[in-house]
Design a protein around this ligand. Structure first.
Ligand SMILES: [Zn+2]
Length: 81
């Protein structure tokens, strides 16, 4: 996934609406790309500020620890060839 693609998926990601395979790719990119990581944080901060009442679960969902991402990747990498 490229930075531009990530930006296109950002809204769905924050909303928890990405298919799992896309989300994993998204999170891989995030774990490797500092710029996109910061971009996501800014995006989330904006959303959180506007919809604190109803976005709580989405913020938690997006706040995936890097170790978890790596674990997911390790599991997926096995069949990715
Ligand atoms: Zn990037």
């Amino acid at each position: 996934m490229k930075c531009r693609e990530l930006a296109e998926f950002l809204m769905d990601y924050v909303g928890g609406e990405l298919p799992e395979d896309v989300r994993v790719q998204f999170e891989v990119h995030l774990s490797r790309c500092h710029n996109c990581h910061e971009y996501l944080e800014q995006y989330q901060a904006t959303i959180t500020a506007g919809k604190i009442a109803c976005e709580e679960e989405h913020v938690v969902l997006a706040d995936v620890p890097e170790d978890l991402v790596k674990a997911i990747l390790a599991a997926r990498g096995a069949r990715k060839a």
